[in-house]
Design a protein around this ligand. Structure first.
Ligand code: FMN
Length: 198
């Protein structure tokens, strides 16, 4: 009887080991598939963005959720006014017209990353000047930039190409261009866009 109980204990122990091993394999399989789905297998990914009114921030958060990337908010040393007209028709317009690239609170550091999503609102037909500062003040040689742009009706202009001009030595992939903060389809649009990135 004792021998039978011992034998049964060994069988139960072995089944337990097989179960734990199988669960681990399934978990690993899932995470690999997810990564492969997004083409970010083994890559270090950063989402860097500027947002004055919150639209670009909300898109940045959606991208972060689907990629597991680190986040960096681009902010100017001297903050933009909280009043829309003062920002749009005052400070930002002057920066645009005079080609001023404002100093940043923190330049960030892209050195540890392979892929950098760069988000900006469209400001006066191009990216926000502080995003130009960010692109110029970091070394993008050999890095991949993935632009995401929010706008108020004008579209993405030439912003993706211009990002490449500021970020010397980078490769720029297809941007996603979103009106204001998107709509009910945006989450899925981002998913499809991420899947198709090459
Ligand atoms: C200074 C400024 C300039 C803007 N210029 C444009 C523009 O040229 N074309 C456009 O479609 N929208 C323009 N907009 C609207 C913003 O691009 C749009 O509302 C964007 O989603 C705002 O993003 P945010 O909430 O992250 O700041 C401008 C907004 C501001 C504040």
């Amino acid at each position: 009887m004792k021998q039978i109980l011992n034998f049964l204990s060994i069988i139960i122990f072995c089944l337990g080991c097989v179960y734990i091993f199988a669960q681990n394999a399934i978990a690993k399989g899932e995470s690999t598939v997810n990564n492969l789905e997004n083409n970010f297998n083994g890559k270090k990914v950063l989402v860097a963005y500027l947002s004055w009114g919150g639209n670009t921030k909300s898109i940045a958060e959606k991208i972060q959720k689907q990629t597991g990337a680190d986040m960096f908010r681009i902010e100017t040393k001297v903050p933009y006014p909280t009043d829309y007209n003062e920002t749009a028709y005052g400070v930002a317009k002057e920066q645009h017209e005079k080609g001023i690239k404002p100093e940043l609170k923190d330049n960030g550091n892209v050195s540890g990353y392979d892929i950098i999503f760069v988000g900006t609102p469209a400001w006066w037909y191009t990216m926000a000047p502080a995003v130009m500062t960010f692109l110029e003040n970091n070394d993008f040689k050999g890095k991949t930039i993935v632009p995401f742009i929010t706008h108020g009706g004008g579209g993405g202009y030439n912003i993706a190409k211009e990002m490449g001009d500021f970020a010397k030595g980078s490769t720029v992939l297809k941007p996603i261009v979103i009106y204001e903060n998107g709509n009910k389809d945006t989450e899925n649009d981002i998913k499809v866009w991420l899947k198709e990135l090459k």
